[in-house]
Design a protein around this ligand. Sequence first.
Ligand code: PMT
Length: 408
Amino acid sequence: MRVALGVGGGIAAYKAAELARALQERGAAVQVIMTDAALEFITPLTFAALTGQKVITSLFSNRGADEVLSSAVEHIHVAQSHDALLVAPATADLLAKFAHGLAGDFLTTTYLAFTGPVILAPAMNTNMWLHAATQSNLEALRGRGHLIIEPEEGLLACGTSGPGRLAEPGRIAGEVVRMLTARRGMAEGMAGETVLLTAGPTQEALDPVRYITNRSSGKMGYALAEAAASRGARVILVSGPVNLPAPAGVEMVRVRTAVEMRDAVMARLEEATIVIKAAAVADYHLREIPAQKTKKAAAQWTLNLEPTPDILAEVGRNKGGRLLVGFAAETQNLEAEGRRKLETKNCDMVVANLVGQPGAGFESDANEVTLVLRTGESVAVPRAGKRVVADRILDQVVKLRREPGRTP
Ligand code: PMT
């Protein structure tokens, strides 16, 4: 397990030494990269002595021609030869640079060249942490699937108290090692797969202030995204509006309407090897949305709704060698309805779930489903937490994927 540890310039930089040690204790080889600002707080010698590795401090160096050439591509080499990029402390400046793709030094160029999991452990003054600019940069970074290890609350070096203190080095190292172990251990499961998932409801506008929607919380789809990512799959999660944090290691695409969800799914379909449609997409919408708020004048308001695009059916028509999993929210005849959808939408599996009962389906933390498979079999998954149900669904996905004749 090889971890590239980027050290930013903040008072917490000294804790990065403890972090390097904690990573090594957990079996990781650590390559330290220091920014110019970090050099003001701690010397490279400390890290070199701890890790037994040369510490990278600069993108350029005053070396001979051959060495200059090799140093010019060293950040690419570091990016390609490490399993994770961890940045701690991640300062407000580094978060902004990563969010906007600025690449003026070794660490920021390595970030852009790195395609594996990125873990950021921010530390800064409370007001800087809470500032809208920092929070919007974090949102962008979370949306790229990076794991943010939130700072802890406590007394800060500037004398104030609040969130901003670097998380405990042991906790950061534990998270990094857990993430890498999960990716490795489950590599058999879904490594090499790209799962395109939809989750949550859609909102269909009636006028500039009103909309129709449904009770989907997104919990089922987000549980699937987390489970697929922890099995080593690349996950693209197209999500309607929900109140859930982005799962770690997942690429987020946020949408509001059924048409936006359709466009996002079709735009990313090419990348996917597996498509799972857990979203509760509105079936009807207003095609023409009034520009002004509808006044409460008449005794009745009649809506002339038209069908939204059927995304599942469109993916079914264009699925190629992909494995397609649809959902069916039913109040009765689970299996029969599931099989009907499986055939009409050209799915490989339909997750038929019982809705309209307390404790399962929409909004709740648990679910109870019947997996209707294209092989003719059906598998009942009894009531359990949505993360457990997600794993049972993925067990069947992996089985179907292994059947001969599937591409890619
Ligand atoms: O989000 P939670 O609160 O955790 O709840 C989970 C859930 C109940 C929403 C989820 O488990 C579920 O059942 N999702 C599908 C809900 C649904 O819309 O079912 P449906 O039977 O109406 O649709 C069938 C399938 O067609 C679904 O895969 C749906 O994503 C898809 N669809 C529907 C309409 C449409 N216009 N386009 C579609 O692709």
